[in-house]
Design a protein around this ligand. Structure first.
Ligand code: HMG
Ligand code: MG
Length: 306
């Protein structure tokens, strides 16, 4: 009897590197603009298909990324890499277009309290704010991703009903977003939940338009990737070194580390086009500037000396 497990997984995966945004938005110390630029250039050299480079949000909300325009002006844009940034409203979109972005991401959530804390409005209010963003995007031929945070659990409300995720997903798709990224903002998801939500979303939305965004707070992120792969999902967000968190989600730790994700995908023969050694180099550079070792398990093993 042939084994069914792991037999029919996607052969190619798109990794969206979110370290420069999700990671650096959460820094306590200041990372100099020139260092961010060098970090992103090293990530580009690693061959990522997509890098989320910064956010065009309120500098009062996220002072760490108030240099978004300078970062976008300073990086070398590698052909073959798409550069994207968070945009919460019309003002953010105007700034993103002025910085030459060809792709942006709007972001809301599946739980009201988190959305209120994060972007100072309700879920309905956030979607109203995205309407002009998406109109401007269409006008300029800009691709739009839509994040749904707290899809697996909320720091304020606890467990989130899968139906709440589906409702927001349908609204974002109806509004015109090209791809959805389903966020485990505080890293509480377990693989059974991933299968439940993936199957539910797939009943309404083509699987090619779904991505997963796991934080590794409780060590379940890689197991969750495997569950999502098994559901046919082939786009994953991760951050080099495991940088990250969300300043409006107490207890959130870093994203799934890109090195750990790549090690697993490489070992399984799943193509990504990303060079693992080059990601370690980028993490090493940033760690030297932060004065902190990366959380990535692969990074620790790869850089250990006898
Ligand atoms: P607000 O205070 O309600 O906004 O903030 P407002 O429209 O009333 O404007 C207030 C001031 O902000 C005004 O300036 C605006 O011009 C300015 P003032 O007149 O006081 O001088 N402003 C802006 N400035 C620059 N760029 C803008 C912008 N918009 C307004 N785009 C707002 C609402 C959404 C702007 C604010 O709450 C905000 O920027 N929040 C961002 C929060 C954030 O970035 N959180 C982290 C990212 S989400 C995340 O990490 C989750 C994710 O990783 C997935 C997952 O893990 O689940 C994506
Ligand atoms: Mg995140």
């Amino acid at each position: 009897m042939p084994r069914e497990l792991l037999n029919d997984l996607p052969r190619r995966v798109t990794i969206v590197e979110v370290g420069p945004r999700d990671g650096l938005q959460n820094e306590h110390g200041v990372v100099a603009t020139a260092d961010k630029i060098h970090f992103i250039n090293l990530l580009s050299a690693a061959g990522f298909p997509v890098i989320e480079a910064t956010s065009f949000v309120s500098p009062k909300a996220i002072p760490q990324l108030s240099d978004a325009a300078e970062v976008m002006a300073g990086i070398e844009r590698r052909p073959g890499t798409r550069y994207t940034a968070l945009v919460p409203n019309r003002k953010g979109m105007e700034r993103a277009l002025a910085a030459g972005l060809r792709e942006v991401a709007v972001f809301t959530g599946a739980s009201e309290t988190f959305v209120q804390h994060n972007i100072n409005t309700s879920i309905v209010g956030s979607i109203a704010n995205f309407r002009p963003v998406i109109e401007m995007a269409r006008e300029h031929g800009v691709r739009v991703r839509g994040y749904i945070s707290t899809a697996f659990g909320c720091p304020y409300e606890g467990r989130v009903a899968p139906d709440a995720v589906l409702r927001v997903a349908n609204e974002l798709i109806a509004l015109g977003v090209d791809e959805l990224s389903i966020g485990d903002t505080i890293g509480v998801a377990t693989p059974n939940q991933v299968v439940e939500i993936s199957d539910l979303l797939k009943s309404a939305i083509p699987v090619e338009r779904l991505a997963m965004h796991f934080h590794d707070t409780r060590g379940t992120a890689l197991a969750n990737v495997l569950a999502a792969l098994d559901c046919g999902i082939s786009s994953f967000d991760s951050s080099s070194g495991g940088l990250g968190g969300c300043p409006y989600a107490p207890g959130a730790s870093g994203n799934l580390a890109t090195e750990d994700l790549l090690y697993m995908l490489d070992g399984m023969g799943i193509e990504t086009g990303v060079n693992l050694a080059a990601v370690v180099e980028a993490s090493h550079f940033l760690a030297s500037k932060r004065g902190l070792p990366p959380a990535s398990r692969y990074y620790a093993a790869a850089t250990a000396t006898l």
